[in-house]
Ligand binder design. Structure first.
Ligand SMILES: NC(=O)C1=CN([C@@H]2O[C@H](COP(=O)(O)OP(=O)(O)OC[C@H]3O[C@@H](n4cnc5c(N)ncnc54)[C@H](OP(=O)(O)O)[C@@H]3O)[C@@H](O)[C@H]2O)C=CC1
Ligand SMILES: CC(=O)[C@@H](O)[C@H](O)COP(=O)(O)O
Ligand SMILES: [Mn+2]
Length: 361
């Protein structure tokens, strides 16, 4: 029986994790639940799963992760506020099933340094796919990682054609039903940029060897290319319950958690290069990833501010990545060594700088 703490239990990842656990009561026991502010749903979940320990907010999440004995902590919080709980889970020796990519990207070497080998199990669909593909080879045999991107709702459009898109249109993801921030990030391709950094940090592959290909069907979740020219891809209909279940009990598979592909029906998988003029976020993310230090945290913090401003009607869609670019361009690292304190300072600076640019609109 795996004892599981779910952080962000009321969100898209959290609710799907509870679906997996509800269907497999002999395998998983929920021992802690944390949400942001939704006490009503949190209490209902606690009642259904018989959970005594619940909390609201990232501070209570950290405390709960340290205090409650668990095998695995699923971090399904959204945003860089997930950093403290991620570090707490690692420091407490729990397996970390990581959906909250922001904490790894923002924390960088701080998070990697806190983790023992294998302690972080990726839940993000692309990184779960890569982890699954890597079970067939060794690190020395890998030549490239290929991340698939759906392309989002504006795939195929020029910048001019995206000038006036609305928040509602940006939230109409073609293949996945997810929370507001990650869905918006999929539309700008910031999500794919964050995922390139996430892949570098998880699998230690150089940025030059991480590619993005646009695959609108979201069936191939990513691929590993090996030195002999072989490529191993992981494919399944888009359903996060599969990577979540692997995160909860890696490397064991949970029978019946997903529906397999239907090979009696005709279907096509297509792959195309990313239009980097219309969607500059991936190139910008590689730039900040290579710069390292506080740059990824600044990229993410500026994006969080800009996404909120877009949904509040204060800036347009293209202004999101333009704002992030301007904040990154203005950033100077506070010092050589990155600490939690210096990261917090850089994030504060990035949020304030983004807010000033947003206010000037
Ligand atoms: N959804 C998906 O399919 C995928 C998501 N991810 C990643 O997983 C993470 C979660 O995404 P998603 O589930 O879509 O997001 P949602 O917005 O649907 O859910 C976010 C969850 O985090 C909680 N939360 C927010 N702030 C805090 C806080 N300060 N302390 C504790 N909990 C908090 C929310 O609680 P409340 O409801 O109370 O506000 C909610 O439970 C993101 O990092 C995302 O990029 C990655 C791949 C796929
Ligand atoms: C399901 C998942 O992992 C998301 O992060 C997904 O990657 C979003 O899709 P795109 O960013 O490819 O549109
Ligand atoms: Mn993903």
């Amino acid at each position: 029986m795996r004892r599981v703490i779910i952080l962000g239990s009321t969100g898209s990842i959290g609710v799907q994790a509870l679906d997996v656990i509800r269907a497999n009561p002999e395998r998983f026991e929920v021992v802690g639940l944390v949400a942001g502010s939704n006490r009503t749903v949190l209490d209902a979940q606690a009642a259904e799963f018989g959970v005594a320990d619940t909390g609201l907010g990232e501070i209570e999440a950290e405390q709960l992760v340290r205090d409650i004995d668990a095998d695995v902590v699923l971090n399904g919080i959204t945003g860089s506020v997930g950093l403290g709980p991620t570090l707490a889970a690692l420091e407490a020796g729990r397996t970390l099933a990581l959906a909250n990519k922001e904490s790894l990207i923002v924390g960088g070497d701080l998070v990697r340094g806190a983790a023992s080998p294998g302690q972080i199990v990726p839940v993000d669909s692309e990184h779960s796919a890569i982890a699954q593909a890597l079970r067939s080879g060794t690190a020395a045999e890998v030549s490239r990682l290929v991340l698939t991107a759906s392309g989002g709702p504006f795939r195929g459009r020029t910048r001019e054609q995206m000038k006036d898109v609305t928040p509602g249109e940006a939230l109409a993801h073609p293949t996945w039903d997810m929370g507001l921030v990650v869905t918006t990030n999929s539309a700008t391709l910031v999500n794919k940029g964050l995922e390139v950094i996430e892949a570098h940090l998880l699998f230690d592959v150089a940025y030059a060897d991480i590619e993005v290909t646009v695959h609108p069907q979201s069936v191939v979740h990513s691929m590993v290319e090996f030195v002999d020219g072989s490529t191993i891809a992981q494919a399944s209909p888009p359903d996060m319950r599969l990577p979540i279940s692997l995160g909860l009990d890696w490397p064991n598979r949970v029978a019946g958690v997903g529906t397999p592909l239907d090979w009696t029906a005709s279907h096509e998988w297509t792959f195309a290069p990313l239009d980097e003029v219309a969607f500059p976020a991936v190139a910008l993310a590689k730039q900040v990833g290579r710069a390292g230090g506080s740059f990824p945290a600044v990229f993410n913090a500026a994006n969080e501010q800009a996404v909120a401003a877009f949904h509040a009607g204060r800036i347009g869609f293209l202004d999101i990545v333009d704002t992030v670019q301007r904040v990154v361009d203005a950033h100077e690292m506070p010092g050589e060594t990155v600490t939690r304190e210096s990261l917090a300072e850089s994030e504060l600076w990035a949020r304030a700088t983004a807010d000033q640019l947003i206010a000037a609109h």
